[in-house]
Design a binder for this molecule. Structure first.
Ligand SMILES: [Zn+2]
Length: 59
């Protein structure tokens, strides 16, 4: 059986709790918004494109 990615949508590791998202490219894009990663959850999901931003705690 093939290994399947558990995330339905793309996940991105970031180093800051404030991230901005514009959908990543012109075709899939949306107006640029700022997202705040909740420190209890360590992740935030963009309401436009459902990308998952996960804090990378290294360092
Ligand atoms: Zn987005």
């Amino acid at each position: 059986m093939t290994e399947v990615n558990n995330y339905a949508f793309e996940s991105i590791e970031v180093n800051e709790y404030s991230v901005k998202c514009d959908g990543g490219d012109e075709l899939m894009g949306h107006p640029r918004i700022f997202l705040e990663i909740a420190k209890e959850e360590n992740k935030v999901i963009c309401p436009y494109c459902s990308k998952i931003y996960i804090i990378n705690k290294i360092g």
